[in-house]
Design a protein around this ligand. Sequence first.
Ligand code: 7TS
Length: 408
Amino acid sequence: MTDLAHIRSDFPILQEEMNGHPLIYLDSAATSQKPTAVIDAISGFYQKTNANVHRGAYTLSDTATDLYEEARARVAGFINADRREVAFNRGTTSALNQVAYGWGLNNLEPGDKVLLSLMEHHANIVPWQLVSRHTGAELIYAPYTDSYALDVDALESLLDENVKVVSITAMSNVLGTINPIRHIADAAHRAGALMVVDAAQAVPHMTVDVKQMDADFLAFSGHKMLGPTGIGVLYGKLDLLEAMEPAEGGGEMISDVQLDSSTWAEVPHKFEAGTPPIAEAIGLGAAVEYLEKLGMEAVRSHEIDLTAYALDRLGAIQDLTIYGPTDVETRGGAVAFTLADIHPHDIATILDQQGIAIRAGHHCARPLARSLKAPATARASFYVYNIRSDVDALVDGLEKAREIFGVA
Ligand code: 7TS
């Protein structure tokens, strides 16, 4: 195991108590906790260098701009992209909407298809539905197998020349499944389609290399990777970003504005209308620096170890059903489950009374929940700061839930 236990003191919130117990945070798939390095980067910006960016009439604004652009360069390096290929926005949801409205709205036509999967988060479904109302394009969905892997054969059989976009999650936020993006991208490109990747769960937890994946567009959020809320990234291949229309207009994103038309700024600024989330970008830069110091291989191997331990211990609980792959090499650290017929919200409430935070519900993936015939599941999800005793506490809490609900 790659032991990261020593980093727990970097996360002030982990010293907090919850309902009279030490906080055990098992909801990092929803949002991660933040290390002092990130909190300090944000407050340091506001205390010493706050000004608007790209309006450099004075030194303070130049400094803020430099910090903002340094953060971009760091984030770009983290995913092996050029800095011009990284546009900041509000998060994965906003990035996927930019692709749907910027690329989809201007390129899709009746008869075209957008190929998604049944394990997508609403953020990778609803923007395509909204745009298809304007374009007449049809949405089609690749299924998953009995062992909760994406059914790649079925996906490939759905790929005909009418499919113009394949948009798939790199890691499911419910099943934990890691999808073979490069393989799917190759198939998509052979069929003449673009490959869009929802990397909200992947970038925080494993090495993501946009070139290795051959992603055309890729979206992720800062807040799930130790960074602040309100910042996310749209990566796009340079030529595609240069050709793509902006989905939002306003200040910062123009080259010139006439009364009846405008020209756009260079990429990536064309996609950053309005005052950007400056402090948040700088905070994300600090988060990336922190993850780089840990090393993404260490992050991944820590999570493999912890997830294996969790699957083992949870699997020994009677009447507990896990929804997701059992092979830890093919999955991340989000573990969705049900326990007998106890409602997942009741499970979450009982665990909360013991200071343990998990999520319960459909996890913003209703089509998946419906297809699992489990409208709600409980979900524990792990990150760098979790340790085996967190899993032990979860298991004890679940045994308690069994007792309270009189499950024989
Ligand atoms: N895609 C995936 C795979 C996600 O897990 C999430 C958030 C999003 C997109 C949207 O990200 P946002 O930052 O724009 O909100 N997932 C979750 C979750 O599992 N629980 O809360 C949010």
